[in-house]
Design a binder for this molecule. Structure first.
Ligand SMILES: *[C@@H]1O[C@H](CO)[C@@H](O)[C@H](O)[C@H]1NC(C)=O
Ligand SMILES: *[C@@H]1O[C@H](CO)[C@@H](O)[C@H](O)[C@H]1NC(C)=O
Length: 192
């Protein structure tokens, strides 16, 4: 079974678990859009720290000062270290990212535990040094899909014109970002 088939199968099993969750996510009728991804994606240049500037709301991300650090583990897998500040406390979670098809290096998948399936993590566009646009979409029996989108930055802020350009790129790719919200990235360097 290909990883994609496997992912679809495991999602089908998880359906009863996912459905109650979907209402809190952004759900749309029909199958996932198929946006173009970053050409010649260079994972090495993508590694390191990224700050979340804006996102389509995800239930598992409620805090502020959200950041991610991608690095390569000794065994060659990609470590995903996410952190946020929620109710005055620093919380973090570690996951693993994989490239599922070496011919499509910008199409990563991420999992945060052994019991949750890998979910897509597609880098639609990045210049590696300033910003990155990431998209994740899962369709359920091609009837509807729910998706996440993130605008990431190497710093805690981005110029408004960069954010607008990022939004235009999502929109041009048939991704509905009308529910996109900014992530609070202020007061993050205070002592907790
Ligand atoms: C990112 O994670 C790697 C591996 O754990 C660590 O060596 C590095 O210092 C971290 N970078 C930042 C900016 O936190
Ligand atoms: C979005 O599409 C418009 C119209 O085709 C184009 O002018 C613009 O450059 C595109 N923007 C991005 C960021 O892709």
């Amino acid at each position: 079974m290909s990883p994609t088939q496997k992912m679809k199968t495991s999602f089908a099993y998880l359906l009863p678990l996912i459905l109650p969750m979907v209402s809190a996510q952004v759900a749309h009728w029909g199958p996932c859009p198929e946006p173009a991804v970053q050409q010649s994606f260079n994972l090495q240049k993508y590694l390191g720290k990224w700050y979340e500037i804006a996102k389509l709301p995800a239930q598992f991300e409620k805090g502020s000062c959200i950041e991610a650090n991608y690095s390569i583990r000794a065994d060659g897998t990609i470590k995903v270290y996410n952190s946020e500040i929620l109710k005055g406390k620093l919380r973090s979670i570690e996951g693993t990212a994989v490239v599922q098809d070496i011919n499509e290096p910008a199409k990563l998948a991420v999992s945060f535990s052994y019991v949750t399936p890998y979910t897509p993590y597609w880098v639609l566009s990045t210049d590696y040094e300033h910003s990155a646009l990431v998209y994740s979409c899962t369709d359920v029996l091609r009837l509807f899909h729910f998706d996440f989108a993130w605008i990431l930055s190497r710093m805690r802020s981005l110029p408004p014109e960069t954010i607008q350009k990022a939004k235009d790129l999502f929109t041009n790719s048939s991704i509905d970002i009308s529910k996109m919200i900014m992530t609070q990235q202020q007061g993050c360097d205070l002592e907790l």
